[in-house]
Design a binder for this molecule. Structure first.
Ligand SMILES: [Zn+2]
Length: 151
């Protein structure tokens, strides 16, 4: 289940020929090219559910700022923030990458960021955390954080 979700999140279906293309984490924010028909593949425009492996691989190699959404299913404000996170991923496609970390399933990642309350948001640039804040915010605020980080 975990592996399927992870693989699915990094595989993009070609809008022209529907071939499934695997996207390396460092190219998530770039327009790629379908391996079969050469049609352009748009940059990732939705939040990616991350496990530890994907988290490290994306935050360690992304060429753009990465927004992390630490959340859990039982957390009301997290559910309120979810559409804002999705909108941020859409609006910042090509300039930033958005990861979601389920703190119940991946507590070790949350511990590394000293997450004590959720929702909690962190911005990572060049592999290093540059910003972190807890509590609900709107997509305009999230996008401002990412622009401040160079998105
Ligand atoms: Zn194609």
């Amino acid at each position: 289940m975990e592996n399927e979700r992870r693989r699915a999140s990094l595989i993009r279906e070609c809008p022209s020929c529907h071939t499934k293309n695997r996207i390396p984490p460092e190219h998530l924010a770039e327009t790629g090219q379908c391996g079969k028909c050469k049609a352009p593949l748009p940059p990732v425009a939705e939040p990616i559910e991350a496990d530890a492996e994907l988290f490290d691989s994306v935050t360690g190699s992304a060429a753009v700022p990465v927004l992390i959404d630490f959340w859990a299913a039982w957390c009301g404000p997290c559910r309120m923030a979810a559409p804002e996170v999705e909108r941020t991923a859409r609006n910042m496609a090509g300039r930033a990458v958005v990861l979601k970390v389920d703190t119940d399933r991946h507590p070790a990642i949350a511990e590394r960021f000293n997450v004590t309350g959720i929702p909690n948001f962190a911005v990572i640039k060049d592999g290093r955390p540059v910003f972190q804040q807890s509590g609900y915010v709107s997509h305009t605020q999230m996008e401002e954080w990412l622009r401040n980080a160079g998105a």
